[in-house]
Write a protein that binds this ligand. Structure first.
Ligand code: BGC
Length: 447
């Protein structure tokens, strides 16, 4: 067997997940869900959202702020009822932009810097002569004590902004709006992005009861039927699930991360990490002198120099050697690659992407098992995020894994792209929490 073939075999052993392994993951995930929801120590925080299914008839104009890990999106949406809405205005901006010379995600940025920046983005689309109710999607683990009180437990996705952990996010935003005299913007609700994505889907589709993000980060929420008063969306914080098989690349990535030992599922699944996993695999193959004749091109020497986008490009290039060669040329003009090199790159990208999709699917299967053990009912899983939307083959791999895990009952389950769900869902959240919300009204008072 050639060295390349041996390496391909090893990659398969490192990243492929058998049906038996997925079944074990489902069992362990279910166990951790049960522990978490009962307040016992668990890798799954199972955080209450205080939000429930929208009626679909909510109406009015609402402002939404969607703070993910890479971008900030603000939008003004008009909900017109019957599950329909129109986006009246929108504005997207990066949280860190080396060209413009700012980075609100680094430890040198403060809470006031970050939330001031968010307030400034809202001011761009909120006209000063109207009052707006604002729904805020905040895509990090928060302990909520009410619909508009949410304390950040810890940062994820390698964000390090100082002075935010432990703080009430709603209060930080209120202060920023106040200090800019933006008295016409009234934040009324804060929600995790999984919950917003689910709300956006449930506004139109009554079967939607699971929401997930497969993007920079990874997480899932669902409608827990056994709420004390009424069913409630629970943010599982599934990215922190830790009963998973791993390989030496997972260990290396974890050790070099800002929170070693935490976010183990997210580190195998999410866009923030899969590029780095690919880089670690490639560097290992170079050290073993199997790839690029053992010479490491400069673009592979720095941590996180590859991103989820590189995984997507290489995955798309499967069976198209010229695309892999073009990708290499765009990173390093001097690099000469062989057909074997190209095959190794494509296979590594494909296996990493497939493992991510299969792990996500296993957690969806676990949630389904909790809410409907014999799958007697229909379910829609609303998924937002760049991997689900843009990574070639990702959505299909999730669907295939669900079919493998659920058998012919998988026809009860539909996965949909909840595009922009985390933004529009915030507007819907604002509508559901404000019974008399009828849209924007003229300014009559400051708060
Ligand atoms: C956060 C979650 C979030 C997910 C997707 C994770 O890093 O912990 O709260 O839902 O990213 O954005």
């Amino acid at each position: 067997m050639s060295a390349v073939q041996q390496c391909l075999q090893q990659l398969q052993a490192d990243f492929a997940l058998s049906a038996a392994q997925l079944a074990a993951i489902i069992g362990a995930f279910l166990h951790d869900m049960e522990e978490g929801i009962n307040g016992r120590p668990s890798s799954l925080a199972m955080l209450p959202s205080f939000l429930t299914k929208p009626a679909g008839s909510e109406k009015g104009v609402f402002l939404a702020l969607d703070f993910g890990g890479t971008n900030v999106r603000v939008l003004l949406a008009e909900l017109t009822g019957k599950g329909k809405y129109t986006i009246l205005a929108r504005h997207n901006v990066l949280l860190a932009d080396p060209v413009k010379g700012y980075d609100y995600t680094s430890s040198s940025a403060t809470a006031a810097d970050l939330f001031g920046f968010l307030a400034d983005q809202l001011a761009l689309i909120a006209s000063p002569d109207k009052i707006y109710l604002l729904g805020h999607t905040f895509s990090f683990p928060c302990r909520q004590t009410g619909i508009n009180e949410s304390f950040l437990l810890y940062w994820t996705k390698e964000i390090k902004t100082a002075g935010v952990e432990g703080q009430n996010i709603a209060e930080l935003l209120r202060q920023a709006l106040f200090s800019r005299s933006l008295f016409h913007i009234h934040p009324v609700v804060i929600a995790n992005d999984t919950v917003s994505a689910l709300l956006a889907a449930a506004y139109q589709d009554t079967y939607a009861d699971i929401g997930s993000i497969c993007g920079t980060g990874h997480n899932t929420c669902y409608l827990e039927p056994s709420g004390h008063i009424q069913p409630m969306y629970i943010n599982i914080e599934s990215g922190n699930f830790d009963k998973l098989p791993g390989n030496r690349y997972d260990t290396l990535l974890d050790k070099a991360s800002s929170r070693p030992g935490a976010a183990m599922l997210e580190k195998r699944c999410a866009g923030r990490y899969i590029g780095e996993l690919l880089r670690l695999v490639l560097v290992d193959m170079i050290q073993e002198k199997i790839l690029f004749s053992g010479s490491c091109p400069p673009f592979l020497r720095n941590e996180h120099s590859l991103t989820g986008k590189d995984v997507a490009v290489l995955q798309h290039a499967a069976d198209k050697p010229e695309q892999t060669a073009a990708w290499l040329a765009s990173h390093s003009s001097q690099l000469i690659s062989t057909a074997g090199d190209q095959q190794l790159l494509q296979t590594a990208a494909k296996l990493i992407a497939e493992r991510s999709a299969r792990l996500a699917a296993a957690t969806y299967a676990a949630v389904l098992k909790r809410i409907d053990p014999s799958l007697d009912y229909r379910h829609t899983i609303a998924i937002d995020g760049s991997l689900y939307e843009k990574l070639p083959g990702y959505a299909a791999a999730i669907a295939a894994a669900l079919q493998e895990l659920l058998g012919n009952k998988s026809k009860q389950v539909k996965c949909i792209l909840a595009k922009d769900g985390s933004g529009i869902g915030a507007a819907i959240a604002a509508a559901t929490t404000h019974s008399c919300a009828k849209g924007t009204v003229p300014v009559t008072h400051a708060y």
